[in-house]
Ligand binder design. Structure first.
Ligand SMILES: C[S@@+](CC[C@H](N)C(=O)[O-])C[C@H]1O[C@@H](n2cnc3c(N)ncnc32)[C@H](O)[C@@H]1O
Length: 247
């Protein structure tokens, strides 16, 4: 049986029999079993849920030495992004300022701030529930180099501050590239996420990056494309690490 464990909560995608519930509880020692009833949708990525066992949906998930507090009934946890969270943990360094434009509960911000120890991470999140947990997770992980900002990232007035911008969002992400270039210093890296059909996955994200770079007075110096996970049949969630220089 397929399930995902997030802290003390087990998440399943179909109804379970009494026996199956007992088996999962015995095997995982979980406190709650939650059924995600439909695809996670919308800009806030809120799940639709039904509790199959237990009551408490808030939990603390441990991953890679980081603590992530979240309410699994209100906030998604993507197991498929685990490698990317690990990669982001060590991507930066002590000389950098980072802007995480879609911070959520701190999926990338927390490991990056903890292990790369940049000067500062501006972590922007517009959903008040996710923002609450982002603040909790900054405290839980005892980080003093993260500035959480509750806002739509397009309304944040920070110019030329970032050596690195993370765009961990996959719904028309290119529409946020103008803002990403506003955050970026004269030279820097953007981690640009996109969901894209397999047949154009090595062209479209880069074409978009080049287009927006030129529009904002930047040149694409180099890039690397990685697959994060299969998003739908024939569709991939990819990330492009792209370095730019102002012209
Ligand atoms: C769910 S996270 C992405 C998943 C995450 N990268 C991971 O590893 O699982 C995306 C977040 O972006 C937030 N968001 C969406 N549009 C936004 C905007 N315009 N400004 C700031 N935050 C935004 C959503 O509320 C959500 O919390």
């Amino acid at each position: 049986m397929k399930y995902q464990k997030v802290g003390d909560v087990v998440i399943v995608k179909r109804e379970l029999s009494e026996d199956e519930i007992k088996e999962i509880v015995k095997k995982t020692k979980c406190k709650t079993i939650l059924l995600y009833t439909t695809q996670i949708t919308g800009e806030f990525r809120t799940p639709h849920v039904k509790i199959l066992y237990g009551e408490e949906t808030e939990t603390i998930h441990k991953e890679y030495g980081c603590l992530f507090k979240l309410d699994t009934a209100k906030i998604m946890w993507s197991q498929g992004n685990i490698e990317e969270r690990r990669r982001m943990a060590v991507i930066s360094n002590e000389n950098e300022v980072v802007v995480d434009m879609f911070a959520g509960i701190g999926y990338f911000t927390i490991p990056l701030a903890k292990y790369s120890k940049p000067k500062l991470v501006y972590a922007i999140e517009k959903n008040p529930v996710a923002y609450y947990y982002l603040c909790e997770n900054i405290k839980l992980n005892k980080l003093n180099n993260v500035v959480p900002i509750l806002s739509d990232n397009r309304d944040v007035d920070l110019k030329d501050v970032a050596d690195r911008v993370i765009m961990g969002y996959v719904h028309k992400t290119h529409k946020f590239l103008d803002k990403a270039f506003e955050f970026l210093k004269d030279r820097g890296v953007i981690h640009y996420h996109e969901t894209v059909a397999e047949r154009i996955m090595f062209e479209r994200p880069v074409e978009r990056l080049k287009y927006y770079a030129e529009k904002n007075g930047y040149k694409l110096l180099n890039f690397e494309i990685r697959r994060i996970k299969k998003y739908a049949p024939g569709v991939w969630h990819v990330v492009v690490d792209a370095e730019f220089k102002a012209i």
